[in-house]
Design a protein around this ligand. Structure first.
Ligand SMILES: C[S@@+](CC[C@H](N)C(=O)[O-])C[C@H]1O[C@@H](n2cnc3c(N)ncnc32)[C@H](O)[C@@H]1O
Length: 136
């Protein structure tokens, strides 16, 4: 199996302590910098579209399969949590496009470090941008 970065996510967050715990609809403006070689793949996307992002949480550390929920403290398996510390440290965000300028896509409220690798963008047909998963 091979995964390839499609770009980088630019956020204001330089260290993990600064990162929001999860997506915030009215959070800071962030930019998806798409690899220019993949620009054709953006055809059809526009401001206002709801999209799902998949990103690689490269500084995660999957040293155990159970962790306390950050919300309740209850011990749960990583597949019952949103924790970045999992066998495949893939982050998921449902978000709205603010603007597109060439291969730069502006969005709001991401929860990852500056420079995080972007794996994929998918349209969220029929999904509501206001609905986010729980903070677990
Ligand atoms: C709880 S995860 C949720 C990620 C995604 N929204 C999801 O639901 O899959 C978000 C947290 O991951 C951590 N994080 C952000 N960027 C990271 C990175 N590049 N490597 C490891 N951890 C990261 C931060 O502590 C942030 O608060």
């Amino acid at each position: 199996m091979a995964l390839h970065a499609i770009g980088r996510i630019r956020t204001p967050w330089q260290n993990l302590n600064e990162c929001p715990r999860n997506i915030t609809v009215d959070g800071e403006t962030c930019t998806l910098e798409i690899d220019p070689r993949l620009s054709e793949g953006l055809t059809g996307l526009k401001a206002g579209d709801k999209i799902a992002l998949l990103y690689w949480l490269d500084r995660a550390n999957c040293d155990r399969l159970q962790r306390p929920s950050r919300r309740t403290g209850e011990i749960k398996g990583v597949f019952a949590l949103r924790t970045p510390h999992r066998p495949n440290p893939i982050g998921l965000a449902s978000i709205e496009i603010i603007a597109i300028d060439g291969t730069h896509i502006s969005v709001r409220g991401l929860d990852c470090l500056d420079g995080t690798i972007l794996l994929d963008i998918k349209p969220q047909n029929g999904a509501s941008s206001g609905q986010q998963p729980s903070l677990d």
